[in-house]
Write a protein that binds this ligand. Sequence first.
Ligand SMILES: Nc1ncnc2c1ncn2[C@@H]1O[C@H](COP(=O)(O)OP(=O)(O)O)[C@@H](O)[C@H]1O
Ligand SMILES: [Mg+2]
Length: 407
Amino acid sequence: MLEKMTNGSKRGDGGRTAGEQQDEDRAMIRLEALTKRYPGQRQAAVEELDLEIPAGRIVTFVGPSGCGKTTTMKLINRLIEPTSGRIHLDGRDVTEVAPHVLRRNIGYTIQQGGLFPHRTVADNIATVPRLLGWDRERIAARVDELLDLVGLAPQTYRRRYPKQLSGGQQQRVGVARALGGDPQVMLMDEPFGAIDPLNREALQNEFLRIQAEVRKTIVFVTHDIDEAVKMGDRIAIFGDGGVVHQYDTPERILADPADDFVSDFIGAGASVRRLSLTPLGALPVPDWPTVGDSAGGEERAAAARRAGHGHLMVLDDDGRPAGWLRVEDGAPGERLPLLTPLGPDATLFDALDRMLAANSSALAVVDGDGGYRGVVTMDAVRELINSTAAHAPRPHGSGGSDALQEV
Ligand SMILES: Nc1ncnc2c1ncn2[C@@H]1O[C@H](COP(=O)(O)OP(=O)(O)O)[C@@H](O)[C@H]1O
Ligand SMILES: [Mg+2]
């Protein structure tokens, strides 16, 4: 299941005021000519890096191993000091802030959660609230609230030790701990890197859901381009020596890679990946011929004559898809069952996936209430892939390709 995505960001912009929106477009983290050269290193790990990370968004850092992603994260929260350059956090130079104060305002997660093995789950999550001097009751309430948020029942898990948890559960606790003191910023260094693919997808979806609630400014490091595309509102593609080859939205990176390094890194599947960025809800509404389930014989015949050939979408009395009616030579024929319709948050990738799995060439699309909205066809998806391969305009919004189409 792919998580919902709106045009604005992966945490949803529903109900935001213009003021809030503007506030969130400001840079929360600003890196200026940031350079880190480790002692004895010939090549800098990070060189003259300039980057702005907008408030309330997820920026993914992606690139091959050793290209300076972790170094950049450690520079941001001052686990290491830069050789030169500046880092601003919420408009303030971080060197003006004592590191321990800074780190309370920055949640940090690493692979395998990085939990303290000899402390319970509750104690792990309480790390920063304790440093902040919260009272016992407030800390206990916060621990339970965060366990709920990451999908772990507080009763069951708060007294366990990390080794009594699965990898995925440890990672959830890691996320809860990073959120502990309600920091403005979260730095997540390959947080789901050690998790098997199925649990990983669940964690990704859950994390996007959590972000829709908490709206933190997040730097998320991964070496997996698919994860970068899925999680990022923007992606920074890192190459050797901490050089950023492209910093842009996933859509633009996949559609228009800045150079050969980026093209090679995103690989051959770029056009298919772009399908997963296009929610059906963002595509134009089609006009597939329909017929009511309770329509009389005459009405059915008339609808079939109009359609001529192919299939009519049968709608129940509430306007929900109920099945297909085959039409041959202008006459109604056999009634065919319906595959589960796709909702507005499903993407073109989901549509393609389901059509291939079910050996079907068309699927009904419904709105949030299950009401009929249209039909997505294999031909339409294919057309979109072709147009993407030719670097055509993005399918989002107006002027895009009619992926949901007429008969
Ligand atoms: N403590 C260190 N001392 C010396 N070199 C280091 C240290 N940490 C990382 N490096 C080097 O800096 C480069 C960038 O490393 P890192 O930031 O960990 O990359 P990434 O997270 O992208 O895999 C690599 O060449 C790595 O070997
Ligand atoms: Mg790393």
